[in-house]
Design a binder for this molecule. Structure first.
Ligand code: ADP
Ligand code: 5GP
Length: 201
């Protein structure tokens, strides 16, 4: 049975990467969908683990070859999800966590309608700005302004998602995410085809 798909979005600085990292550490059945991007690595990011960092030319070739499930251009860079990588990971029975902005989230869901979408909210706009400016590696002032503005627009998309998680206290937000994942795995549509034969049904 193929794995579940969890799409996680949040305005930049809400704590999405921190939460996803913690989620993956505690759950060996989860894999992170490693996107391709043309943006340069940030300090602390590992190629092939956080992103596949590629040139604009390679990215354009992937678009032309229809090798991406979805892609967007934002903050002056391309971001996209490799079709082959996603399909092989799901076929291996892993559940996949996608870190996507809202346009990509909708496009992915149009191709995988059973995907579960989760939006992470900061406790308030001030926390978002403080976290974004305090992030290791930092952002220059211009990029900070762009990301805050984009974040405000992304917040407007929150109503589309299946679940909302407020990242105020990290352990509680993590527990809520884990609960959503556990509940999804208990869905009848997923479990019954596996369980029915056990009861000779
Ligand atoms: P995103 O991936 O959403 O842009 P990050 O995970 O990089 O955000 O987090 C941005 C900053 O906020 C980091 O310095 C991180 O340690 C911090 N942070 C994340 N969650 C919390 C939280 N619940 N309380 C306080 N700081 C947090
Ligand atoms: P960052 O530069 O902070 O790593 O990511 C910027 C934004 O791009 C985040 O909102 C993240 O969710 C989004 N993103 C990362 N990878 C992809 C992808 O493959 N597709 C789409 N649509 N968005 C992505």
């Amino acid at each position: 049975m193929p794995g579940e798909i969890f799409i996680i979005s949040a305005p930049s600085g809400a704590g999405k990467s921190t939460l996803i990292r913690a989620l993956l550490q505690g759950d060996p059945r989860l894999r992170f969908s490693i996107s391709c991007t043309t943006r340069p690595p940030r300090p602390g990011e590992t190629p092939g683990q956080d992103y596949f960092f590629v040139s604009s030319q390679v990215f354009r070739e992937m678009i032309a070859g229809n090798l991406l499930v979805e892609w967007v251009e934002q903050f002056g860079h391309f971001y996209g999800t490799s079709r082959e990588w996603v399909e092989s990971t799901l076929a291996a029975d892993y559940d996949l966590v996608f870190d996507l902005e809202p346009r990509g989230a909708r496009r992915l869901r149009s191709q995988f309608p059973e995907a579960v979408s989760i939006f992470i909210l900061p406790p308030d706009p001030e926390a978002l700005e403080a976290r974004l400016s305090g992030r290791p590696g930092g952002l220059d002032a211009a990029e900070l302004v762009v990301r805050l503005e984009q974040g405000r627009r992304e917040l407007e998309a929150a109503g589309w998602y299946d679940f909302l998680v407020i990242n105020d206290e990290l352990p509680q937000a993590l527990a809520h995410l884990q609960a959503i994942i556990t509940a999804t795995r208990c869905r009848t549509a997923r479990l019954w085809p596996l369980l029915a034969p056990r009861y000779r049904l």
